[in-house]
Design a protein around this ligand. Structure first.
Ligand code: GLU
Length: 288
């Protein structure tokens, strides 16, 4: 069996909060328990929202929490993180492979087109509405493209296809393509790969054997399994950590600034308290 290789993959769009930190700590514990290696990868492809100062802050917060990674590019003898914005040629290569296999198509439909085509109104206003199969172009659309150009590209899901996987924390999982999710973005018209493509490309390139991340990404895992399959790559194992909620049962978001690691540090909490203490108490004691 391959040696365990895990990863920490922060997105530097804000200060790290307790929820993310605890998921990262779980990833570090699983890598350590397996005697494996942990990779640090900064997921900074959303240029309009990511900031270098948040990358720096995330690395510094993780070090303060006592989390260490063993692998990244060697910079003067120290391990630097991998940075996705420096890996565009690899993502373009993965686009080419998907394109060559006929798995993807260019999509000029706007969010409004998608909403108009759906019969039921979309409930959550910040989540992506499901792309309906009725908006797919002809099956040969985009076949002669040489590069993604400035258009969105989607992966054509196998309608009714069952995607099952075993989660190390949540047990057996099962999703249906075309019902739980529709054709999903793999490349954006601003010239950047979409999250699903960049994560699969890098988890494969970096030899990741287990992905530990929040349960909010379960549906993404189903999508990503389709990408692994289309690319002919072995998929990693999965462990989705429960989402951490605040005292009133609401999910903690980066916006819940009171529980950022920075804030808790400045209020004198120890790394142990930040990682282990009951969150309601942590919030009370920090005055939020
Ligand atoms: N970069 C993502 C985040 O910070 C995590 C992606 C992943 O673990 O696949 O939410």
């Amino acid at each position: 069996m391959a040696a365990y290789r895990g990863r920490l993959a922060p997105t530097p769009t804000g200060l790290m909060h307790v929820g993310h930190a605890r998921t990262f700590a779980l990833a570090a514990r699983r890598a350590e328990a397996a005697g494996g290696a942990l990779i640090m990868r900064i997921e900074d492809l959303d240029g309009s929202r990511c900031r270098p100062e948040f990358s720096e802050a995330a690395l510094e917060d993780l070090r303060w929490l006592g989390l260490a990674w063993q692998e990244g590019p060697d910079v003067g003898g120290a391990r630097a993180p991998y940075v996705q914005s420096q890996r565009m040629p690899w993502f373009a290569e993965v686009w080419r492979r998907l394109h060559a296999s006929g798995a993807i198509y260019p999509c000029d439909k706007s969010r409004m087109d998608v909403e108009r085509a759906l019969s039921a109104p979309h409930a959550e206003d910040d989540a992506e509405p499901m792309f309906p199969a009725s908006l797919r172009p002809a099956s040969d659309a985009g076949r002669d493209a040489l590069n993604p150009g400035s258009t969105n590209w989607r992966f054509r899901v196998p309608d009714g296809g069952i995607i099952g996987f075993m989660d190390a924390i949540r047990g057996a999982q099962r999703f249906t393509a075309g019902t739980d999710f529709g054709d999903f973005l793999i490349w954006r018209k601003d010239g950047m790969p979409a999250y699903e493509l960049s994560v699969v490309a890098d988890d494969h390139a970096m030899g990741v054997t287990e992905v530990v991340r929040g349960a909010d990404l379960l549906l993404s895992t189903a999508r990503q399994l389709l990408l692994f399959q289309a690319l002919g790559w072995a998929a990693p194992a999965w462990a989705h950590a429960p989402l951490i909620t605040d005292a009133s049962g609401r999910r903690l978001a980066k916006r819940t600034a009171g529980l950022s690691i920075r804030e808790l540090r400045s209020r004198g909490f120890s790394p142990e308290a930040v990682l282990n203490e009951d969150l309601a108490r942590l919030a009370d004691r920090s005055g939020t």
